[in-house]
Design a binder for this molecule. Sequence first.
Ligand code: ADP
Ligand code: ZN
Length: 440
Amino acid sequence: MDTVSIPFRDKEIECASREKIEAIQLEALRRQVEHALKTDFYSKRFAKAGITGPQDIKTLSDISRLPFTTKGDLREAYPFGLLAVPQSEVVRVHASSGTTGTPTVIYLTQKDLDLASDTMARSLTAAGGSKNDIIQNMMTYGLFTGGLCFHYGAELMGAMVIPTSAGNTLRQLKFMKDFGTTMIHATPSYLLHLHSAIEESDELKREDLRLQKAITGAEPHSEELRQKIQDALGIEVYNCFGMSEMNGPGVAFECIFRSGMHVWEDRYIAEILDPDTMEPVADGETGELVLTILCRDAMPLIRYRTRDLTRFIPGPCACGRTHRRLARFTGRTDDMLIINGVNVFPSQIEEVLLKTPGVGSNYLIVVEKTGALDKLTVQVEITPAMFADDARVINALRDHLKAEMQALITINPAIEIRQPGSLPVSEGKAKRVEDRRTAL
Ligand code: ADP
Ligand code: ZN
């Protein structure tokens, strides 16, 4: 039988005993608690919870004494309320995708950035990546961590990185062919789109590409969809979980066995809690993922409620790593929509509608799949007076809504104007979103 060689960046840590991992976590948690007290935000929060310093954290289970942090807290602390070092120490800022208004930002010192890159490099190595790879990063560069944070990690691993960023599929294909790209990083929707583009191309065939692996994440997708992409492109597809609040991609990553994402427990404490009681669920049960970052100086984040639903996969992994694995995400506890990788809150759409004269009282947000991509349609009732107006006025309203929404959520929605009273009115809680996507 062939023996599979299993790649590691830091085998001692990646395969450390549970005792060792927990000892690292306890020490780091105590340090983070002490450090967090330097921020206005946590000094107030901790005081309320009766936490005065690291001496209150005697064992790992004392984490349950610490208060949670939410996205709302991050917005309130914008821009510098969670800064725990002098501002002159900060070298980079990132923000969560898609959200405007008050964004949730993170800041990093050079040391934070180096560690984040190391975590990313460790993840890519676990997936079988190496300095021999030619990696094309098709995630948006800019505030979104999927661009730069992934990029720095891939460079640290020693790969040759092509920062094409998102979109421009024909150019993506040209670079993939000309440079012999072996690994790509893209959303699952974009991977399917890329496959269709290859099928439709007259100039390029699958055989012209050296592509072996894709790293994917940023939006929920099913095991069936992974399989479909793997079969269509003839590659291995690796699931990667990340969020900007936790330094971006690479928080949890699949190894070459692709059976769940190892969450790097020397750098994060992952809890899975019942979202109603906020108590731990039974081992292997699904609940909300709550994360504490253990090694960030510029911006500590303690017990951050991700709103993502997942579970720990019980038992050891064939690779020998001891860091526990997270199962594929099954949804969220809040109403955030992820549309082609971009986070959108229905409240952002409502904000535009409410401030636009001529818009009536009812609307419906419809999300569906068209081919590989998600499509967002906003059905809008207009007022009787507006409805009586001529077509030019109505078209102008449609264009206005489209432009305003695109500016706010960075996604181009279709706007369907509806006559007053035509959309269903639900008894009780209004149903504003119809998500018609299945995972495939
Ligand atoms: P990203 O766009 O990389 O996901 P954001 O910080 O903008 O980063 O959004 C984070 C959210 O994206 C997560 O809370 C989660 O809901 C979703 N997400 C990220 N990676 C995955 C993944 N592999 N599977 C499912 N959902 C994911
Ligand atoms: Zn493994």
